[in-house]
Design a binder for this molecule. Structure first.
Ligand SMILES: [Zn+2]
Length: 417
């Protein structure tokens, strides 16, 4: 049975059957502020998916971009009085260290927008030549009237798209645009902003075009899976599709996976509300595995509110799993090649901890639209069975292996908190 995953484009759970080499692209961060729990929750979903795909024999090539020039990093750099690339470098270093601490495996490539400018210019030129884009007032815009499928991914009405575009910086009332939903491919830079020479005038890239250019450069016209947070469905991913498909004539992705947003104690977690929970702050007070487990207790498609008590539940689960895993290290070694196999059929080991049904439950849950909370329940049940005296020598080693599937290493000593 293949993994089944919800596809945003089809709006249903479908079998996800990629080739052996899975070409995956997940939209990355704009490095102007620290990694918050929303980032962590998003990237964790893909991290667990990748682990399960690898177990099934796939090789996953994950590319995650870095938006190191856009409308949010430039004002922040100006405000701090630093060069925007220095700000990007510093924040990328912090992001990588937060992600690594949470046990997230790095992507195979992290292309930066500023390094992809030649590919971006090339794509804009092609869009202009093909009549999908126009120049106005020193900028270049995508003409959505040339792409009738605009809106097919998000399934939003024109009115909803205009409203959301306005909320997300799309400036539908820009007088240079022919249509309010037309979006910027290239924009004239303000006097103190970076600018690149281009055949259509000096300026800097729009946001959406960088991902189209990077996907094409890294993986070719069609991805096996494209991901990001649900806030990227419109306008970002809708616009990526319009740009890419207009040039390649191919679908941009065979499967679209989006992870839901995280709120904090009753309110949307956002920069403007000043209620962001930063991973680096949690790392000061908690074992990274407890943070990881606390986040993974929520399904990737269910938006959730983070409460400070979530961390306690993550800690408690980690303690139970570690205590059960430690049962394998005393007496007969159950970890590694020496582990005894086949005890389940032996009546002497017929206690409550035959790990196989639990392992099946874990994998079944992961394959059912990445239901990590249910997988964690199965792990927790296996731990309880081990701790309540189920005398199966394989069980702790199996628990350790299964926990690795969700990215938790139970063989590392607990951090003193
Ligand atoms: Zn993107």
């Amino acid at each position: 049975m293949p993994i089944r995953l919800y596809d945003t484009a089809r709006q249903e759970i479908v079998p996800f059957e990629p080739p052996r080499l899975v070409r995956m692209y997940v939209c990355g961060i704009t490095p102007y502020d620290s990694t918050h729990l929303g980032h962590a929750a998003t990237y964790l979903a893909y991290d667990v998916l990748i682990r399960r795909l690898e177990e099934l024999g796939h090789e996953v090539s994950l590319v995650r971009n870095v938006t190191d020039v856009d409308d949010s990093i430039l004002p922040k750099a100006r405000q701090l009085g630093v060069n925007y690339l220095e700000l990007a470098d510093a924040e990328m270093a912090r992001f990588r260290s937060d992600m690594e601490a949470l046990g997230m495996r790095p992507p195979v490539a992290e292309p930066r927008a500023t390094e992809a400018v030649p590919q971006i210019i090339d794509l804009v030129e092609k869009l202009l030549a093909a009549g999908h884009a126009y120049r106005a007032d020193g900028s270049v815009y995508f003409d959505v009237s040339t792409f009738p499928a605009y809106g097919a991914l998000s399934r939003l009405s024109r009115e909803e798209m205009v409203r959301i575009a306005a909320e997300r910086g799309g400036r539908p009332d820009d007088p240079a645009k022919r249509h309010p939903l037309d979006f910027t491919l290239w924009q004239r830079s303000a006097p103190d902003e970076p600018a690149w020479d281009a055949p259509f005038g000096p300026g800097r890239p729009g946001w959406h075009i960088e991902c189209s250019a990077m996907v094409l450069a890294a993986h070719g016209p069609t991805l096996d899976l494209h991901g990001g947070g649900t806030d990227l469905i419109f306008p970002h991913h809708e616009s990526e599709i319009a740009q890419s498909t207009s040039i390649t004539g191919q679908p941009l992705a065979r499967h679209w996976m989006h992870s839901a947003m995280v709120a904090y104690e009753g309110e949307k977690m956002s920069k403007s509300l000043g209620n962001l929970v930063f991973v680096s702050d949690l790392l000061k007070v908690a074992d990274p595995r407890a943070i990881r487990l606390a986040l993974l207790r929520h399904h990737y498609r269910a938006g959730f509110e983070w409460f400070d008590t979530d961390l306690d539940e993550g800690r408690a689960l980690l303690r139970r799993l570690m205590a059960a895993a430690a049962r394998g290290t005393g007496g007969v070694s159950a970890i590694g090649a020496g582990a005894a196999k086949g005890c389940a059929s032996d009546p002497a080991f017929g206690g409550g901890a035959d790990p196989r049904p639990f392992a099946e439950r874990v994998r079944e849950a992961l394959d059912d639209d990445l239901d990590v909370p249910r997988a964690l329940d199965a792990l927790d049940d296996l731990a309880s069975a081990i701790l309540s005296g189920g005398d199966h020598r394989d069980a702790p080693a199996e628990l350790i292996d299964l926990a690795r599937l969700v990215g938790v290493d139970l063989t590392v000593a607990a951090r003193t908190e």
